[in-house]
Design a protein around this ligand. Structure first.
Ligand code: IMP
Ligand code: MG
Length: 179
């Protein structure tokens, strides 16, 4: 059991289970992308995805490009309303195959906004790879193309995932205790 801020967490997914999930995603990606005409571009959405991205990249041995972006959402002026942007994003995606890499997809709201930002980029294809998916919460029209593991609607931390910024450096995934 570990304590982060005011909450306690118990072991949920072992390093071995996580490694298996990474291998599942990497073999599916290898099948689909190892023979692309142009190297695909992998874009990880920070902060949560850093550890998954790193382990995933070690298992992909075909030509690819990779980068990290940060999604940010803030209120603009009254006339513009909410502004969503990708910080650190400077590649030309025109005609390229793109894979967005996420740690976890919950409602899917974040990715929906990211996809909207990338819509005008002229990418040839945009697919999504996520280590974890909460299928009972996710209710969007777009598909999560590569999923490491499906989990129920519980709050988890570790392996990049945080509770109020703590827990990202833990090697395994823990779930919140309910009693
Ligand atoms: P969504 O927009 O609801 O799909 O949530 C996406 C983001 O919320 C993820 O990239 C995570 O940063 C965060 N998130 C969702 N579920 C969890 C969780 O169980 N633990 C930690 N962070 C989570
Ligand atoms: Mg995230």
């Amino acid at each position: 059991m570990i304590k982060l801020h005011d909450k306690t967490f118990e072991p949920y997914l072992s390093a071995e289970q996580l490694a298996k999930a990474v291998t599942k995603v990497s073999s599916e990606l290898t099948k689909d992308y190892s023979k692309c005409e142009k190297p695909p571009i992998f874009i990880a959405i920070l902060n949560g995805s850093f550890m998954f991205m790193s382990d995933l990249m070690k298992e992909l041995d075909f030509d690819l490009e990779l980068s990290f972006v940060k999604f940010s959402s803030y209120e603009g002026t009254e006339s513009t309303g909410e502004i969503n942007e990708l910080i650190g994003f400077n590649q030309d995606l025109k005609g390229r195959d793109v894979v967005l890499v996420e740690d976890i997809v919950d409602t899917g709201n974040t990715l929906e906004k990211v996809l909207k930002i990338l819509e005008p980029s002229g990418a040839k294809s945009i697919k999504i790879a996520s280590l974890l998916l909460k299928p009972t919460v996710f209710d969007k029209k777009y598909e999560i193309n590569y999923v490491g593991l499906e989990i129920p609607n519980i709050f988890v931390i570790g392996y990049g995932l945080d509770y109020d910024e703590l827990g990202r450096n833990i090697k395994e995934i823990y779930k919140i205790t309910t009693n």
